[in-house]
Ligand binder design. Structure first.
Ligand code: CA
Length: 225
């Protein structure tokens, strides 16, 4: 899950990006509207967290650019308490929801989950493939109801696979979903993560298609030998 955070307030930006990374999101943080628009042209995101009062181009301008470009990325706006008109304008301009500053992190995260799952056509925070289950809200993974001990990066990888079962994802696509800009990625990081994830959830759950990538199989053919 890759999030674009657009916020010029350094303290809010730092707090949010750290909290989002703790929640196993990949975060790219930009501090003005122009940068946000440029970024959205070259990188796909699962959600945009958008402050309205921004230098260069304000949040409303970013929102208009997003919708003009026919991007369907959910947008959650961050707005000041007294700015009712801005909230109305934002929603009318295509924002999906808003949070009022100062906000509780828990509320921001919950609203993000709602928007992301809505954009994926899902009604709850659970992903399941066979007896493997992943809960996005509490970051838990179980197999046949038995909890699996998993790291944040393994969780992110598994979530990426489980969002699109049976779809082969290339190493580039996986890196893109797991690592933001400026993060150093070892050349074999994805292979290494897949290896450690397989050890925890079972060797056969993540299939390899040589030269193409990996996928998680929706139909449970892991027991057919
Ligand atoms: Ca601002």
């Amino acid at each position: 899950m890759r999030i674009l955070l657009v916020e010029d307030d350094l303290m809010i930006g730092e707090t949010l990006s750290e909290a989002l990374m703790d929640e196993a999101y990949t975060v790219d943080w930009v501090k003005d509207g122009r940068q946000a628009i440029l970024t959205l042209k070259v990188q796909a995101y699962d959600l945009v967290l958008l402050d309205l009062g921004l230098p260069e181009i304000d949040g409303m301008g970013v929102l208009t650019a997003i919708r003009d470009a026919k991007l369907e990325t959910p947008v959650l706006i961050l707005t000041a308490r007294d700015a009712l008109q801005d909230r109305i304008k934002g929603l009318d301009a295509g924002a999906d929801d808003y949070v009022i500053k100062p906000f509780e992190l828990g509320e921001v995260l919950a609203r993000m989950r709602v928007l992301i799952r809505r954009s994926q056509g899902k009604t709850d925070n659970q992903l399941s493939v066979g007896d493997l289950r992943l809960d996005i809200s509490n970051k838990r993974v179980t197999i046949a109801d038995k909890p699996i001990d998993i790291t944040a990066k393994e969780f992110m990888l598994l979530q990426t696979f489980m969002l699109t079962p049976d779809k082969v994802l290339s190493k580039n696509q996986l890196e893109d979903s797991l690592y933001g800009w400026g993060m150093e990625v070892e050349s074999n990081a994805i292979e290494f993560l897949i290896h450690s994830l397989r050890k925890k959830i079972g060797q056969d759950r993540i299939k390899n298609v040589r030269g193409m990538g990996w996928y998680i199989a929706q139909a449970d053919d892991s027991k057919v030998e």
